[in-house]
Design a protein around this ligand. Sequence first.
Ligand code: AMP
Ligand code: MN
Ligand code: MN
Length: 325
Amino acid sequence: MNILDEVKEAGTIGISGHVRPDGDCVGSVMGLYLYLKKACPGARVQAMLEKPADIFSCISQVEELCTDFVPAVEKFDVFIALDAEKSRLGEAERFFDAAGKRINIDHHISNARGSGDVNYIVTDASSTSELVYDVIEDKEALDADIAKALYIGIIHDTGVFQYSNTSPKTLRVAAELIGYGFDFSSIIDETFYEKTYIQNQILGRALLESILFMDGKCLVSMVDKKTLAFYNASPQDLEGIASHLRSTKGVECAIFMYQTDNMEYKVSLRSGGAVNVAEVASFFGGGGHVKAAGVTMQGTFYDIVNNLSAQIDKQLKKGQICTTE
Ligand code: AMP
Ligand code: MN
Ligand code: MN
């Protein structure tokens, strides 16, 4: 796909990504936004997203994101959904639905068919940011600000090139991107590794209160609403906890959940490969990747762990070893 061909007739272009935007979501939306603003000077380009975490304020023009979902345009000629299927766009879904032409660029295996009129879905790509790099065919138009946004997306979805979704191509794209000249070293530190005191405190609690089960193959931990309120923490402060739990020796599958309502939890699943967590999450209406997936579930903590366990057990019994993300 050459994104410029897809939007060349559009007077208005909207861009959005999923609810609770992560680094790949913010990076791909901002990278494409900065590029289209530059490449389509005659068009009105607007990007909308829930307010990104403060760490992403290093991305150029991130303050131009429409975070209240009251854009200047109601019906866009073209609307581009990134890093998500249509149903995860939250408030942006109605603009996607109303648009003259809908484009979906994503790498989630649970969205393999795509939700747009035109789709660019590559389920073994490291990140949507890597895919945005692909669809910008005119590399001459790239600059340090666009490259930085896309690089942030790639490092976040690959855990700084650690996860198995990192391919030789991912590294080649990253190499091209750092060639545009930005301080990649401080970006990795400041947006990925550095945690606030509160974030580390909650991580510590989650590790301390985690429970091993299924003969040590699963590890679960939960943060309730009261604890979140005590630390004045937002969901963005919980990023990385699930992966941290998964890195426990012998653990095939980690479950991290935080309470969103009286009987409702946002669940993050991480796997070392023996459990396809995309299938587990999809079974309950969520989705994601083979080794990292998410879902919102209703019930008590124990109900949810029981329900998830049954599906995880099924996966373990299949005895599959997944090597792709
Ligand atoms: P999380 O644990 O929420 O960070 O999500 C892990 C991965 O699964 C990310 O790539 C998310 O984009 C994806 N994901 C999380 N929740 C859902 C959902 N309800 N539907 C589809 N994908 C999801
Ligand atoms: Mn994402
Ligand atoms: Mn992604």
